[in-house]
Design a protein around this ligand. Structure first.
Ligand SMILES: NC(=O)c1ccc[n+]([C@@H]2O[C@H](COP(=O)([O-])OP(=O)(O)OC[C@H]3O[C@@H](n4cnc5c(N)ncnc54)[C@H](OP(=O)(O)O)[C@@H]3O)[C@@H](O)[C@H]2O)c1
Length: 290
């Protein structure tokens, strides 16, 4: 297939491009920078320079790329700027979907997230409602994700990959990332705050498994699907393992949790044949160092 990737140079995109090429697809991608384009070419993809906020230019690019499928792996999170990411999810997805329609593309695979569900006692499956009553900043994120999913679903086929918290190279949880720095007590990492070993439950997914799901999703039916590992876990369980993987002391366990922090199940993705290389953060964190 011919695949056009927006977000091709991000933490998932960088891993996804070689996986798509290895699976025999012809891949093109967009980046705003010359360095991003050079990286894409080096990986064997066709590179276009452009900004997804430039609607008309994006239309021309997608016509030229002539894909069978567009992929949306866009965020703007390198400085944890949630407002910028809300905008790229809303407007970037809108422009990408309009460009796809204009080019006669009927299928999209888009990056959503698995921690936007309303509070609940157990990890959420895809039928759980989104957290539309959340406090303001979280509600902005949830609404941005909902807009992304609804816009993508205007195409005939739309697979919405609800990723858990990403870890692996280039992520916040990489050994050189801000979570590791926060655990080590580096104030420069402050945008993530502290890493607390409390009762909040999270579902992780390694970037290689997130990318593999996007490749697999080329053949999946439309709709949302959680892409999370097998082991949703409270911070008091995963933080000590994460700290040990970095050779750092674990913070003292604390009580309390964010009410929405419940994790998500991957039964649907697994039923479609997705097999994570890292079924648990227990082995995945340690593998970040190898
Ligand atoms: N589920 C999760 O936990 C989750 C999901 C996503 C990201 N994150 C975290 O966020 C951090 C940053 O992510 P990242 O490295 O992927 O970087 P990023 O800065 O969020 O960029 C991601 C991708 O979006 C593209 N992009 C953004 N705005 C664009 C625009 N206006 N036009 C065209 N392309 C645009 C970027 O392309 P160019 O810059 O090349 O133009 C890049 O390919 C990481 O630490 C990651 O762990 C977490």
């Amino acid at each position: 297939m011919r695949i056009f990737v927006a977000g091709a140079t991000g933490v998932v995109g960088r891993v996804l491009i070689p996986q798509l090429i290895a699976a025999g697809h012809q891949v093109s991608g967009i980046s705003r920078s010359s360095a991003g384009m050079a990286g894409l070419r080096h990986q064997g993809a066709t590179a276009f320079q452009g900004d997804v906020f430039d609607r008309d230019a994006l239309k021309q690019i997608v016509v030229e790329a002539a894909p069978d499928v567009v992929m949306q792996q866009l965020t703007d999170l390198s400085t944890a700027d949630s407002e910028a990411t809300d905008t790229v999810r809303r407007l970037g997805t809108r422009n990408l979907v309009e460009a796809a329609k204009n080019a006669g593309v009927q299928r999209i695979v888009a990056q959503s997230l698995a921690f936007g569900y309303a509070p609940g006692d157990a990890p959420a499956d895809e039928s759980a409602p989104l957290d539309r009553d959340a406090e303001e900043q979280r509600r902005g994120m949830v609404e941005g994700v909902e807009a992304l999913e609804e816009t993508a679903a205007e195409l005939r086929d739309a697979v919405l990959l609800r990723y858990g918290v990403l870890y692996g190279p280039g992520t916040w949880y990489a050994p050189d990332g801000p979570a590791a720095a926060a655990l080590a007590g580096d104030p420069a990492a402050s945008f993530l705050g502290s890493v607390e070993a409390n009762d909040s439950v999270v579902s992780f997914v390694h970037v290689r498994d997130a990318a593999r799901a996007a490749v697999d999703a080329l053949e999946w039916p439309s709709g949302p699907v959680n892409i999370t590992d097998d082991e949703p876990a409270a911070a008091r369980e995963w933080v000590p393992v994460y700290a040990a993987s970095l050779g750092l002391p674990a913070p003292r366990p604390t009580s309390g949790k964010l009410d929405w922090a419940r994790g998500a199940t991957n039964t649907l993705a697994r039923s479609r044949g997705w097999q994570p290389e890292f079924p648990s953060w227990r082995t995945g964190f340690a593998a970040q160092l190898s």
